[in-house]
Design a protein around this ligand. Structure first.
Ligand code: C5P
Length: 222
């Protein structure tokens, strides 16, 4: 059976940083599902397709071949990661991600990847929808202020001009939209281990997660 690890949680909880490290430890392919929703948003904005035009969005997704290499998303063989984290995409992505038809298509692509590779996948609905039978599930949280600070530092390090209070506002709004949408809202799976990362460092979170995985793997070999 393939090994699969699901990591869910709100924006800025540290999912991708942690997932990349855990991926290396267990030789898993890291699939950042948020970047797939961001890629759809990026293309839809570029082509002036509003979230209401579901038919055009579905046609658009048909033209988008997405795969991951070295933790990064390639869209039709082009690495577009730098374009995906800009504030304009963050502001608009929840509207596109709330559309059932968009989700059905991306969930199928994500499941196909998990059939081909051992994966660690992060997002909002991985443990509850995409990989319901994942070998291990985690739900990462942190206070909105701490998450906003992390995003602020991350964007600043990329040389972008950013404003802390608008990042915090965006994070709170995205939490609300992602948790209250009708289709596949952000929720913790009953069988996920919740890890509050407020005030603890990356190594401590990674250790917690790896300890949990190691225990599970050991038990399964007995
Ligand atoms: O993880 P990230 O913050 O990049 O995700 C961007 C957005 O994509 C989220 O705010 C959410 O609206 C959407 N998303 C989702 N389901 C996922 C991953 C991301 O709805 N599995």
């Amino acid at each position: 059976m393939r090994l699969s690890v699901a990591i869910d949680g709100p924006a800025g909880a540290g999912k991708s940083t942690i997932a990349k490290i855990v991926a290396k430890r267990y030789n898993l392919m890291y699939i950042n599902t948020g970047s797939m929703y961001r890629a759809v948003t990026y293309k839809a904005l570029e082509k002036d397709i509003p979230p209401e035009n579901i038919e055009a969005l579905c046609n658009l997704i048909e033209t988008m071949e997405m795969h991951f290499e070295n933790d990064e998303l390639y869209l039709n063989d082009v690495n577009i990661n730098d374009q995906l984290t800009v504030p304009n995409i963050s502001k608009n992505v929840s509207a596109y991600a709330s559309i059932k038809e968009v989700r059905t298509r991306l969930v199928k692509l994500q499941r196909d990847m998990s059939k081909k590779y051992d994966v660690i996948m992060d997002g909002r609905d991985i443990g509850t929808v995409v990989l319901k039978d994942a070998s291990f599930k985690f739900f990462l949280t942190a206070s909105p202020e701490e998450r906003a600070t992390r995003r602020y530092e991350e964007l600043k390090a990329k040389g972008l001009e950013v404003d802390y209070s608008s990042i915090l506002k965006d994070i709170i709004q995205r939490d609300y939209l992602d948790s209250n949408r009708e289709v596949d809202p952000l929720t913790k799976a009953d069988d996920a281990l919740e890890v509050d990362t407020t005030g603890i460092n990356i190594d401590q979170v990674v250790n917690k997660i790896c300890e949990y995985i190691n225990n599970g793997l050991e038990l399964s070999m007995r």
